[in-house]
Write a protein that binds this ligand. Structure first.
Ligand SMILES: NC(=O)c1ccc[n+]([C@@H]2O[C@H](COP(=O)([O-])OP(=O)(O)OC[C@H]3O[C@@H](n4cnc5c(N)ncnc54)[C@H](OP(=O)(O)O)[C@@H]3O)[C@@H](O)[C@H]2O)c1
Length: 245
């Protein structure tokens, strides 16, 4: 897919990696871009910077009514970037109740799946197109300090494979992006090296252009994915040291 022919929708577009996707798509000459945001005012500066190019949509991906309204409005898209995600940075056992785990599943798995389901017919009628699902290197291995988030991203990783298989016959490409730590609000507590959001977006957009299905942007993601391919148990044991608290 060539970005300069594309009309895109990015979820969670107001900050972090989502905002980097918007900037990157504009730099690559995207024709039109819908920015999905929970709070419409958070898109004001983008709209005034790029009048006529950026179109804000109120979109909480856990809200089916808002998804349905987005389908009606953004019925010309050829590129869907499912970036919105939530991370409570909490454990599986050493945490009060299941609310965080449920919220992460609602957003990262059910919300992303709902977006794929809702926009699949649109992409089909527009010639096939591409879906990018922003997953995580924690889709491959559980980080106990973010245990419930890791589970939700593992579910989304499997979903990404299943949706890819289902939509192949309608010529829709489905791409999974599995970054390591990225320098955004979500990873502000993480003290190790972090990728720049724009580098992650650039790697994903290059995969869209080249038709690559699985993207591991940055050194951490590359090292973990290669280690995982060679010895998944060793990677599990390494990550098991990062226990909550
Ligand atoms: N940062 C990392 O280290 C890292 C690593 C691997 C993967 N990722 C993934 O990258 C994606 C972007 O994360 P980020 O680092 O940019 O995080 P972030 O800075 O915390 O931004 C999260 C974005 O998602 C939006 N969002 C959250 N829940 C939503 C919902 N129910 N409906 C619609 N939008 C929602 C937020 O909107 P509001 O502004 O309204 O809250 C915000 O725009 C996520 O899928 C995340 O899991 C991040």
């Amino acid at each position: 897919m060539q970005i300069d022919n594309a009309t895109a929708l990015v979820t969670g577009a107001n900050r972090g990696i989502g905002l980097a996707f918007v900037e990157c798509l504009i730099a690559h000459g995207v024709k039109k871009i819908y920015v999905g945001v929970r709070d419409l005012s958070s898109a004001n500066s983008l709209v005034s910077l790029y009048p006529g190019l950026v179109h804000p949509i109120a979109l909480d991906i856990t809200n089916q009514l808002q998804i349905d309204a987005a389908v009606n409005e953004a019925n010309d898209i050829t590129l869907l970037i499912n970036n919105a995600g939530a991370n409570s940075n909490t454990a599986l056992v050493a945490v009060d109740g299941l609310d965080n785990a449920r919220d992460e599943m609602e957003t990262n798995y059910f919300g992303t799946l709902s977006m794929c389901r809702a926009f699949a017919p649109i992409l089909k009628s527009n010639g096939g197109g591409t879906i990018v699902n922003v997953l995580s290197i924690l889709s491959l291995v559980n980080l106990p300090a973010s245990g419930s988030y890791s589970v939700s991203k593992a579910a989304a990783y499997s979903m990404n494979q299943g949706v890819r298989a289902e939509l192949a016959s309608q010529q829709t490409k489905v791409i999974g992006v599995m970054p390591g730590a990225v320098d955004t609000d979500m990873a502000k507590e993480f003290e190790g090296p972090k990728e720049k959001p724009l580098d992650v977006a650039e790697a994903a957009i290059k995969a869209v252009e080249d038709g690559v299905e699985d993207v591991f942007p940055g050194d951490m993601a590359q090292a973990v994915s290669q280690g995982h391919a060679q010895d998944a148990k060793a990677v599990e044991q390494e990550f098991s040291a990062y226990i909550p608290g």
